[in-house]
Design a binder for this molecule. Structure first.
Ligand SMILES: *Cc1c(COP(=O)(O)O)cnc(C)c1O
Length: 376
């Protein structure tokens, strides 16, 4: 294949430019502005879906900054234990360190690859002082939210949802990114919709949004001069970038449907091989951000064999997120699992993320499938 087939790259339409042009025409390039306001309102309305509930949204420069402000809002202080997803991208858990918190990692379950409720319960029995849980929905697949929210309630813990990969995914009809007290989504270049870079903080609490806005705009106190009583950050999204987001949001459902079609074609095209697709629950509607395969136990083919073969064929694939407890930077952090051996380590050892770019044609996807089949 001459053109490289990518994992997930931006897909732009017409409307993005219209909003961006308006920002230029009105010379409104600075952070804050009408596109930011519009993007926040439109996303708030989208997330509330069929619920009759208001979500307060704050557009920011990244998903990571949204997670950082979420951790601050949750009140994490130096030395506090925070229970966090083990198998995820480091950006889920790094902000805990920004505030001096200490991550205790919680293993995954096999039905969604997300945080295992039993392991979370076990972590609370080991660390009853824990008051905050940070959970990620991997690859756009909703976690077991009923069990997780029940456990958090029982232990009086604040839930932070990292829905960076899961915008538009639903659990029993409720949107991912609305389950936690504070939630984050990302518009990084590879996500289901993108602003080139950006993120959003979501909460059902207006005062929290206000506080986060204050921190994100350098913590300026209301005074005629620059007055500061707290440490602030420069985390806001620019009015230009928000314009891209408004245009992308119009195409979110279409992107989701195309991602799902890719997943279904892989499931069909790879049938008969000793592999399964990344699993999800019947009562959920994933956004299928990335299609992943899991090689059967005992099979001699390793994920890296497939990755290398695909790479030779000019196709991008990527290993599953390497669990945080295996990362040198988190050496010495505890990891809690209700299973005999780490589920995260096992999925990492046998899994692979497949190209899920929505501009990939059916012929190109067949080419990828054929290349994978040739490995077995
Ligand atoms: C992309 C991602 C983030 C970080 O978002 P940025 O906008 O890149 O800062 C956080 N968590 C997960 C799970 C992600 O995939």
């Amino acid at each position: 294949m001459e053109k490289r087939i990518l994992l997930s790259s931006p897909t732009m339409h017409e409307e993005e430019l219209t909003y961006v042009k308006e920002a230029f025409d009105r010379n409104w390039i600075a952070p804050l502005g009408f596109n930011c306001d519009g993007f926040e309102d439109e996303m708030g309305a989208y997330l509330s879906g069929k619920e009759d509930k208001t979500y307060y949204t704050l557009s920011l420069c990244s998903g990571t900054s949204a997670l950082h402000l979420a951790v601050k809002l949750a009140g994490v202080k130096r030395g506090d234990i925070v229970l966090a997803s083990d198998m995820t991208f480091s950006a889920t858990v790094n902000p805990i360190s920004y505030e001096g918190g200490v991550q205790v990692f919680v293993d995954s379950e096999r039905d969604t690859w997300n945080m295992d409720p039993e392991s979370l319960e076990l972590a609370f029995s080991k660390y009853p002082e824990a008051k905050v849980v940070v959970l990620a929905h991997l690859y756009g697949t909703p976690a077991k939210m009923k069990e997780i929210t029940d456990i958090c309630k029982k232990h009086n813990a604040v839930l932070i949802e990292d829905a960076a990969e899961a915008l538009s995914a639903q659990y029993e009809g409720k949107m991912c990114g609305t389950f936690g007290k504070y939630n984050a989504i990302s518009f990084n270049g590879n996500k289901i919709i993108t602003t080139s870079g950006g993120g959003m903080l979501i909460s059902d609490d207006e005062a929290s949004r206000k506080k986060a806005f204050f921190w994100a705009t350098q913590a300026r106190e209301p005074a005629p001069w620059y007055q500061h009583e707290e440490i602030g950050y420069n985390y806001r999204m620019s009015n230009v970038v928000a314009g891209i987001g408004r245009g992308q949001l119009l195409h979110l459902e279409e992107h989701r449907d195309r991602k799902e079609a890719i997943y279904r074609r892989y499931a069909e095209g790879l049938s008969g091989l000793p592999v399964t697709m990344n699993p999800y629950l019947d009562n959920t509607k994933p956004n299928f951000w990335l299609s992943c395969l899991l090689i059967d136990e005992g099979c001699q083919v390793a994920p890296m064999d497939i990755l290398n073969r695909l790479n030779e064929a000019n196709v991008e694939s990527r290993p599953i997120w390497k669990p945080m407890h295996m990362q040198p930077v988190f050496r010495g952090h505890d990891v809690v699992s209700a299973a005999d051996k780490s589920v995260g380590e096992d999925v990492f050892a046998r899994g692979l993320c497949l190209p899920s770019d929505i501009k990939m044609t059916e012929e190109e996807q067949q080419y990828v499938i054929d290349a994978i089949r040739s490995c077995f």
